[in-house]
Design a protein around this ligand. Structure first.
Ligand code: GDP
Length: 367
């Protein structure tokens, strides 16, 4: 359902489809319902549930993905009515994060977020732990399936306790890993190496830009969330000063709060940068909304106090009219194309100018 305009809903649904494809699904059909708020029982209205069930039957779909966060009972009701698995936006995003996390810390953070999402839903889904930890958003592992075995109060309690223990343990582990990272960071800051964080909506071209600026050979994927674990590379200014450039996790609208929480420590690294290079996709239908979403997350981790350099990327593929509009909207933004290299030198200069100047150290050399 949506309370926004048709084009908001279309954009959001297009993005949801891209997210679903990133997660490995094949998207068959989209359904939009306009209403002022979700139906408390079934999320979409009752009549729409019939439409949805019809679409499920005619397409042979095995999953329904909803563009919002469903309450445990909405999820259960929809599953009962449509007879297929129902996944909400949060579970989908968590699933993608789980597939893409590479570092030990990233993996632990995603698992923590998944378990926190799962805990209040255990009763609602009425399924066993073994199936649910098989990866949200997937077909589910254990063959038993929904409704074959009621969890029973005791089983449910055991599952909950196991999850709580695991959550506590993950929290401890993540805290430990954070200390290691802080030590590394402290070393960097003792060396007084200025840090630049590249932030931006997912798919805006952050990795491509990092590659352009440093020749780093970072994985570039036309998939949402290719970047989960921050990559840090060294770069030098034209006068030979060293600085670091870090690619940050992808940002997306309605980022589940579990993810923001879980990735807080990673995102906090952004807050300690000297400069945020905020990359915007010039070809996106609603770049302003993306900028808003990113700034919201930045402010949640206290990075909104930092100097921000706005960079409009993909200008090779942006039409002239849009470019003019964006120039008027953000007069200080640097227009670049990570693909063609346009504006990259100008961007380098802008970054250099905004880096803090190191205090000049004068040492007397005694004979
Ligand atoms: P990230 O998620 O922000 O790190 O984005 P990526 O660097 O992975 O790029 C996402 C997609 O946008 C990839 O398909 C890139 O090839 C594409 N892309 C990146 N920069 C440009 C550009 O300057 N022009 C065009 N046309 N596409 C670009």
């Amino acid at each position: 359902w949506t309370e926004g305009t048709q084009s908001d809903a279309d954009n959001s649904l297009t993005e949801l489809a891209a997210l679903a494809e990133t997660a490995g699904s094949q998207v068959l059909e989209g359904l939009i319902q306009r209403r002022s708020r979700p139906d408390p029982a079934t999320y979409v209205g009752r009549g729409k549930v019939d439409d949805l069930t019809g679409v499920v039957l005619s397409t042979g779909a095995d999953t329904v993905i909803c563009d919002g966060e469903l309450s445990p009972s909405q999820l259960r009701n929809l599953e009962q009515r449509t007879k297929v698995k129902v996944v909400d936006r949060t579970a989908l995003i968590l699933d993608i994060f789980a597939q893409h996390a590479k570092s030990k810390e990233g993996k632990a953070q995603v698992e923590l977020a998944q378990l926190e999402y799962l805990l209040p839903r255990l009763r609602g889904w009425g399924e066993t732990l073994s199936r649910q930890t098989g990866g949200s958003g997937r077909g589910g592992g254990a063959g038993g399936g929904v409704g074959l075995r009621g969890p029973g109060e005791t089983k449910l309690e055991t599952d909950r306790r196991r999850i709580r223990h695991r959550i506590a343990r993950l929290r401890r582990e993540i805290k430990g890993m954070k200390t290691v990272r802080q030590t590394k960071r402290a070393r960097r800051s003792r060396n007084a190496v200025p840090a630049v964080a590249i932030a931006g909506y997912t798919n805006a071209g952050k990795s491509s830009l990092l590659n352009r600026l440093t020749g780093a050979g970072v994985l570039v994927e036309n998939a949402l969330f290719a970047t989960l674990d921050p990559t840090t590379r060294r770069a030098t200014t034209s006068d030979g000063r060293l600085y670091t450039l870090s690619d940050t996790v992808g940002f997306v609208r309605h980022l589940p709060h579990q993810i923001v929480e879980a990735f807080r420590s990673t995102l906090e690294e952004v807050a300690e940068a000297d400069l945020v290079v905020h990359v915007v996709d010039g070809t996106h239908p609603d770049p302003e909304e993306q900028v808003r979403a990113v700034r919201e997350v930045l402010s949640e981790v206290g990075a909104d106090r930092l100097p921000e350099l706005l960079v409009v990327n993909k200008t090779d593929a942006t039409d002239e009219e849009t470019l003019l509009r964006l120039k008027r909207l953000w007069p200080d933004a640097v227009l670049v194309s990570a693909h063609s290299g346009r504006g990259i030198d100008a961007l380098r200069q802008e970054i250099e100018q905004r880096l803090p100047r190191p205090a000049v150290e004068v040492r007397a050399v005694l004979p």
